[in-house]
Write a protein that binds this ligand. Structure first.
Ligand code: HSE
Length: 339
């Protein structure tokens, strides 16, 4: 499996570390030899070597804030020209999410699919805005388009629904879909100031490049739209759903809710209402006796309501370097032939 990493920030580097750490397991358990042949990053430059690039050196340069173009395998071109030129089987699209335009990520994905390459993406923009078009293109080209990391990072919500709950009718998907805001609300309850906690969430790799996307609810809204499109088969856009973030929740309001046995959580949900599918993002006061109230930090939790099994709940990391890197790894293993 020859890979191109498009975007070498938190997620791309998290995946690179996992590929090095799990090289043996991938070979022994899955018969999969994964070779990164190219990387392109808007800030760090591009590299390409058909025989495989030195991933350790690339990680070292990225961590010390240096450009990849310092490496001997420097490629003189951007992501699109790398995808067009390179001899590779799959791309990992992990550039920043722009939820308004979904670019340049959508262009990267389209270029790869057109060329007959498999794609995994952790980028919410293309799947929230253009899922059906991209899935159609992937089908026409006979390749896979996977996107596990777009919701709940590496916690397997989408795989769980698609594969393990196959045959169930899903009537509602509801829960904590944004790690940053859950982390902020949790830390504010401990008496920390909003600005300090947001900064920490950025340092920990939870927050989006522009953290407004987290605190205003747009990130959760993108995930709600992804669930509506991919799980419920709708043709939705983020603007179709009401969205409210956490910026109006003060430390005082959090303490007051606590004194009444409640806890604020930013809840995203998608549900079937007769023949229509609805969705929303808004803070809710959750009773402390309810499981969602106990989910703290960057952890996410989602309850899937099904016709056959009733409620199935999945709890796990919702953001982070390794956690999101892992989602790309599991997609690579799926494409490579899960046994
Ligand atoms: N900023 C997102 C979050 C990252 O905090 O949940 C994962 O999508």
């Amino acid at each position: 499996m020859r890979l191109l990493l498009i975007g070498f920030g938190t997620v791309g580097q998290g995946l690179a570390e996992l590929l090095l750490e799990k090289e043996q397991i991938l070979t022994d358990q899955y018969g999969l030899k994964v070779q990164v042949v190219g990387i392109s990053d808007m800030l760090k430059g591009s590299i390409y070597n058909a025989g495989g690039i030195n991933l350790q050196q690339a990680l070292k340069l990225a961590k010390s804030g240096k450009k990849l173009s310092e490496m001997p395998d420097n490629f003189d071109g951007d992501a699109v020209s790398l995808i067009t030129t390179a001899d590779a089987d799959m791309i990992v699209e992990a550039t920043y999410t722009d939820i308004k335009t979904a670019e340049p990520a959508t262009m990267h994905i389209r270029t790869a699919l057109e060329k007959g390459m498999h794609v995994t993406t952790t980028n919410k923009g293309p799947i929230a805005l253009f899922y059906h078009d991209l899935a159609k293109l992937a089908k026409e080209k006979g390749v896979q388009l996977l996107y596990e990391g777009t919701v709940m990072s590496g916690t397997p919500l989408l795989n769980l629904i698609r594969e393990t709950l196959a045959g169930c009718t899903i009537t509602e998907v509801k829960g904590i879909l944004n790690g940053t805001t859950n982390y902020i609300l949790s830390e504010m309850e401990q008496g920390l100031a909003y600005d300090d906690v947001l900064k920490k969430a950025q340092e920990l790799g939870y927050a989006e490049a522009v953290p407004d996307a987290d605190v205003l609810g747009w990130d959760a809204l993108a995930k709600v739209t992804i669930i509506a499109n991919t799980v419920f088969g709708e043709q939705c856009k983020p603007d179709d759903f009401p969205c409210k973030g956490i910026t109006e929740i003060s430390s005082e309001a959090i303490a007051d809710a606590k004194s009444r046995g409640k806890r604020y959580k930013l809840i995203g949900k998608v549900w079937r209402d007769g023949n229509t599918v609805k969705g929303s993002v808004a803070p809710e006061e959750i009773d402390m006796s309810r499981p969602l109230a106990g989910v703290m930090g960057a952890t996410n939790a989602v309850t899937i309501t099904t016709d056959t099994l009733g409620d199935v709940t999945i709890v796990g990391p919702g953001a982070g370097r390794n956690e999101t890197g892992y989602s790309a790894l599991v997609d690579i293993i799926h494409v490579g032939g899960l046994r």
